[in-house]
Design a protein around this ligand. Sequence first.
Ligand code: SF4
Length: 368
Amino acid sequence: MGLKIKNYTQGFKIVSLALDENTKKDLICDNLDFIFINDKSLFLFPEDVNLEIDYELIQELSVRSNYDIYEIWPDGRLFLRFDTTSIDNYFFITGKCNSNCIMCPSPECSRKYGEDIELEKLITFAKHIPSDTSHLTITGGEPFLSGEPIFDFVSLLRDKFPRTEFLFLTNGRIFSIDKYAKLLRKSLPSNSIIAIPIHGSDAEIHDSITQTKGSFEQTVLGIKRLLRYGIRIEVRIVISKMNCTDLDKLSNFIIREMPQIEYISVIAMEMTGNAYKNKERLWISYKEAFSFASEAIKKLISYGIDVKLYNFPLCTVDPSFWMICEKSISPNKVRFGEVCEICDYKKVCGGVFAGTINMEKDELKAII
Ligand code: SF4
């Protein structure tokens, strides 16, 4: 069950958590709203209101970390939005997207009618995040859909987090317009990667996957503009039945057209949202996906382009590729099968998405 403050009447708030006097002093100095646990009571600052003496809630919050960030909703529910101990923290800018990828893990309704997060709320959230945070991801939907205002927010991130590593997830189409590529160059934190998917070696394949005519041309032009401005690019390839036989041509395209990219991520699907709805047209097993990808990966590496494998359990990948396998699934989404309990490699394996485990549990084989 979620966390809730009974009889809460203070309205919506974004608050940091303070578990000791030093953190409390620090948050007061920074002029931030926060909740503070003291003597088995929960106080809201700066109002200094005693909110709650519910023992279970106090217990739950006491084992969290200083500087974690929560949203408190008007009905008193608490949602963790920033976990100080995690390297998976993110800003969700909007649920909307100008593409409609057939294998998107979000449902179509979220991309058409999804929530836009107010800029003010994003700024408040950013003010609460400690400036020595190691990694932040900017995601959506399509985070740059709102156009110019989002670049002011990116500038704010650049100024507040000079040492943080940023990952921006975008379909890259907006950067086919030079004005936006220039705005990004101007506002981008120095330690940033822009991750952009290419789904096929030509418009026919790519646009059939994004279900958006003209998206291939815009994405490729966007990547080339950003590269010209010295911006670091990760190209993402999500493997499905619709592009698995195109991977050799796609690797040739990347080697020929954009060899300066930082690296390529070859990604197994997350079977939720649109992906689950279209699973008959999309799904191939991990082993099939890997066997289609392996020659293309070898070729890319031989041309000096780094490759990472995301979302593949180790037992579905040839051991000679394990060194490029990343533990890429967020802790709240990762699942393991029964067979994993006896596997010697469970600790270093990235496991399987919660949305995929039931489809593929027979494919997993313990490595002993
Ligand atoms: S059996 Fe489970 S833990 Fe072992 S490699 Fe496969 S998925 Fe990973």
